[in-house]
Design a protein around this ligand. Structure first.
Ligand code: CA
Length: 222
């Protein structure tokens, strides 16, 4: 394998605990319950879809103004929580992959922050390249649609068999599989391993250390 397509939130950056806390706090203010498990399970949906699903289920009518207010407040609360750290073991894995210059290390995210590359460079110096990035600006459809990972694969110039998607969430796993790519699920949060299996992951690992070991073993065997 030579193309490694990493999801960002929850896979590279340990941002999910703060996202979940921010959601819970702001939704409570608007009279809605928000269980952290829900946040992890729906991770990858746009914020507006997330609000809509929860509001519908709880019988709350959300106007466009309210939708915007919730989104704005959630973003503000999240930002106040400070910069998130990297997911445990992922720096080690990235450095291992970067040792082989024929490897392409991509980030494929639904996020659309303009300073995304700078954020990645700060956490993982010298690993990512601005041309190996698919963000919200590159696609029409977000995960679980195949488009984000299809774009990465097309731009990589590699065969599908040479590519591996690394994801932490069911939506992202569905996206990788829909693109016809080998997809690994790494459970970095509070979901069960079965949630990742059910989404269709080809392999599921409990952490990044296990994934690195598996990649090393595969290399030794080949
Ligand atoms: Ca994710």
């Amino acid at each position: 394998m030579r193309g490694y397509f990493f999801d960002m939130d929850g896979t590279l950056i340990d941002s999910m605990p703060n996202h979940a806390k921010a959601w819970k706090q702001v939704m409570a203010k608007y009279g809605m319950c928000f269980a952290p498990y829900e946040c992890y399970l729906n991770e990858g949906r746009t914020s507006r879809d997330m609000i809509r699903i929860l509001a519908d289920r709880q019988g709350v009518t959300v106007s466009d103004e309210m939708m915007e207010a919730i989104y704005r407040e959630k973003t503000a609360v999240y930002r106040q929580m400070g910069d998130p750290i990297s997911v445990s073991g992922v720096s080690d894995l990235l450095q291992y992959l970067a040792k082989d210059p024929s490897n392409q290390i991509w980030v494929v995210t639904g996020g659309g922050q303009v300073d995304l590359w700078e954020q990645l460079e700060q956490l993982f110096p010298g690993i990512f390249h601005p041309e190996y990035m698919i963000t919200a600006f590159d696609v029409v459809h977000g995960k679980p649609h195949a488009e984000p990972y299809l774009r990465a694969w097309e731009r990589s110039g590699l065969n599908k068999e040479e590519c591996c998607v690394i994801e932490n969430a069911p939506m992202g796993i569905r996206s990788g599989k829909a693109a016809g790519l080998f997809t690994v699920g790494v459970n970095t949060g509070i979901l069960s391993l079965n949630d990742l299996h059910e989404a269709g992951a080809d392999k599921v690992f409990s952490n990044m250390h296990e994934l690195r070991q598996w990649l090393e073993d595969m290399k030794t065997e080949s």
